[in-house]
Write a new protein. Structure first.
Ligand SMILES: NC(=O)c1ccc[n+]([C@@H]2O[C@H](COP(=O)([O-])OP(=O)(O)OC[C@H]3O[C@@H](n4cnc5c(N)ncnc54)[C@H](OP(=O)(O)O)[C@@H]3O)[C@@H](O)[C@H]2O)c1
Length: 265
């Protein structure tokens, strides 16, 4: 029988956990990469109760750290080259005016959202292209669709993820490869730690025009994966907005985004 093994960065928390449940329900073996060992252990124990007999392996690595990345690469090469679906999910945002945000914090975000996503994509691209089979799923964001003041740098990192992943998918098609690169763009997710970590609890977008939940995004990702879609806008309200976005003048789009990143209290 064909191997069914999914690798997920940041899989033990938030959206990653919701996605893991979808794959476990279809009997996939799971491999997590995360920087928080306590969360990895706790998440594994919880899921093994819900999915008895499931296989969950993990590796502790800060994906922004070059030494950790080298150790991770060696471990994957030895144990998990046969991963059939790899999901670049780990990511975070900063919040505020760029000139007021710690530069170190933003550099760390760029290292994770852009560089780690790029490097892990290359690692799995090589192995999957050798087998001419496999799927890489990159979690981007609706903020990749236009500049997003007050999450300016985050939106720019996700613009990279969307453009890189979609460009790569077209290159694979041009080469007649069976490897698929899928880009998933969720709207603001209400129920993960993401907003709290960025001190964005009071920001309107998480209760705004098109918010979504981790479960809805995981469902959309799963349905897109089954249909071999290369681009998924997640959250039904966001999908409607995305369809009509092209009719809305840029200045009005910006006004809407600025309104969404206001603090409500
Ligand atoms: N939440 C939203 O509104 C939203 C909207 C659109 C797109 N997204 C994207 O969805 C993805 C998942 O976000 P989420 O909402 O699930 O956030 P989350 O709950 O904060 O989960 C992010 C996961 O990534 C891990 N991580 C963070 N930094 C890492 C590092 N340096 N090395 C390894 N792992 C690291 C986190 O571990 P720790 O617990 O140690 O931090 C956590 O397990 C991200 O790419 C995010 O940009 C989120």
């Amino acid at each position: 029988m064909k191997t069914k093994k999914v690798g997920i960065s940041g899989g033990s928390g938030g959206l990653g956990l919701a996605i893991t449940r979808k794959f476990l329900a279809d009997n996939y073996e799971v491999v997590w990469i995360g920087n928080n060992e306590a969360e990895l252990i706790q998440g594994k124990e919880m899921l093994l109760k819900a999915f008895q007999g499931a296989s969950i392996d993990y590796f502790v690595a800060d994906l922004t750290n070059a030494n950790d990345f080298e150790r991770l690469h060696a471990w994957l090469a030895e144990h998990h080259q046969d991963i059939t679906v790899f999901i670049n999910n780990a990511g975070f945002t900063t919040f505020g005016y760029v000139n007021e945000i710690s530069e170190k914090w933003e550099e760390n975000m760029i290292a994770l959202n852009i560089l780690a996503t790029y490097k892990l994509t290359r690692v799995f691209l090589q192995w999957m292209m050798e087998r001419n089979d496999g799927t890489i799923i990159n979690i981007s964001s609706n903020s990749s669709f236009q500049p997003s003041p007050r999450i300016t740098t985050y939106a720019a990192t996700k613009a990279f993820v969307t453009s890189f992943s979609r460009g790569l998918q077209e290159e694979l098609k041009m080469q007649g490869s069976n490897v698929l690169v899928m880009t998933v763009c969720p709207a603001a997710i209400q129920d993960t730690a993401f907003k709290k970590k960025a001190k964005m609890d009071k920001v309107k977008t998480f209760n705004g025009i098109a918010f979504t939940t981790a479960k809805e995004v995981a469902d959309d990702l799963w349905n897109g994966f089954l249909k071999k879609r290369d681009f998924v806008v997640s959250g039904w309200k966001m999908r409607i907005l995305y369809r009509i976005k092209w009719l809305v003048p840029y200045r009005i789009q910006l006004w809407m985004v600025k309104n969404e990143t206001k603090e409500t209290i």
